[in-house]
Design a protein around this ligand. Structure first.
Ligand code: PLP
Length: 381
């Protein structure tokens, strides 16, 4: 977290404020930045998924809220592409939804050229359908706009997991302009907020019930007066109790820090930082010359996403050695955790989000030590 973000965290710690007032103010900031009608600061994107699911299942119905995660006589299915399934959808299921899978990724099966198609979502819609779950992290396939069109033709909402899809900063508006009903982002990834924060934003009709199911509800109905542009009190038949999201609460400090980080994220020109990271990676590549490793810096073309370095081991049994090197780097001094997404291809990844010059030098030194000892061992054998 930047000094500015930490300062906001600290300043908030000295204040007392009703959380619904603070969250409603946060909603206005999030709306201005993302183009959504309303928003909510959550305890991470996974928490956003759980609250968003709960909101879609219950709307403003306090009886349904009380029932979660159990299933009453209301629709509880979310349609999802098989290729969008991932460990984070546990949060959707934890709210009480049942996932109904559609489509095949025939290319990953090596058995065809097609992936999930929009008509398959439509064919799966039935009286138990509550909404559609869409994971933007799957590379924007199928097109979100097509899935929103299918959903809205049947008066169903779409919940989007876009946790790690920033930058580019245009992504906020790009996703919300499709008409997607709720979108969740991580606050602790590129935005640079506290690690355990996130954003849920979209239509007011769902953000209100999401908020209700997270806020502390220990008050008197006669006194409770949440900001009307954020929670529609008139739509409640009575005063809901603590909801399923009560265990996902966020503090005033987290809210202030996340909003500060969000504002910095959209106001700051990413070019200088990006150039700095590019230089650090180039320096590392230069320093690794002569070692049995092929380096390639990947530079996304959107002009905002940071470059990263892929290092492929040029040794026999490279996939096995890459895991071994990864382990040794974790166990060494200082412990270094490299990106491990391409280990099966024998590649280590250096993502520079939080990298500075001394750390880059430490990575160079440790990789050199480990590679020299690995080559010495293989020559000895
Ligand atoms: C990181 C991530 C999440 C979880 O985000 P948190 O803010 O850590 O809760 C959810 N979905 C995807 C696709 C992610 O990459």
């Amino acid at each position: 977290m930047s000094a500015q973000v930490l300062q906001a965290f600290q300043a908030a710690a000295h204040e007392s404020v009703p959380l619904d007032e603070l969250q409603a103010a946060a909603s206005r900031v999030i709306a201005r930045i993302t183009g959504a009608e309303a928003g909510l600061v959550t305890a991470g994107a996974a928490a956003g998924l759980m609250l968003g699911t709960a909101a879609i299942l219950t709307g403003y119905d306090a009886g349904r809220m009380e029932c979660l995660p159990g299933r009453g006589d209301f629709p509880c299915e979310f349609i999802v592409a098989r290729e969008h399934r991932n460990g984070y959808d546990h949060a959707v299921r934890a709210a009480g939804a049942v996932l109904r899978e559609v489509g095949f990724h025939e290319m990953s099966a090596g058995a065809g050229v097609r992936r999930v198609e929009a008509w398959e979502y439509e064919a799966a819609i039935n009286p138990a359908t509550a909404g559609i779950l869409y994971v933007q992290g799957a590379g924007g396939f199928p097109r979100l706009a097509d899935i929103v069109a299918v959903a809205h033709a049947h008066q169903l909402p779409v919940l989007v997991d876009a946790a790690g899809e920033l930058p580019p900063r245009t992504r906020f508006r790009e996703l919300l302009e499709t008409g997607a009903d709720l979108v969740t982002f991580s606050g602790g990834k590129a935005i640079g907020g506290p690690q355990a924060t996130g954003i849920l934003c979209g239509r007011r009709e769902y953000v209100g019930p999401a908020a209700l199911q997270m806020l502390d509800m220990d008050d008197h109905w006669e006194l409770w007066n949440p900001p009307a542009d954020w929670i529609d009190r008139d739509r409640l038949r009575g005063f809901p109790r603590h909801g399923i999201g009560r265990s996902l609460k966020v503090s005033k400090e987290q809210i202030a820090a996340l909003l500060t980080a969000l504002q910095c994220f959209v106001d700051t020109d990413p070019a200088p930082e990006r150039a700095k990271k590019q230089r650090l990676l180039q320096e590392l590549v230069g320093n690794l010359a002569g070692l049995p490793v092929r380096c390639e810096i990947q530079t996304p073309s959107d002009g905002e996403t940071l470059p990263w370095l892929e290092m492929e081991l040029a040794l026999p049994e490279s996939a096995h050695l890459a895991i071994d090197l990864c382990r040794r780097l974790r166990l060494g001094k200082p412990p270094i955790y490299v990106g491990h997404g391409l280990l099966s291809q024998g590649k280590l990844v250096i993502h520079p989000l939080h990298l500075d010059a001394p750390q880059t030098e430490a990575i160079h030194r440790r990789i050199r030590e480990e590679l020299l000892s690995a080559t010495a061992e293989s020559t000895a054998n």
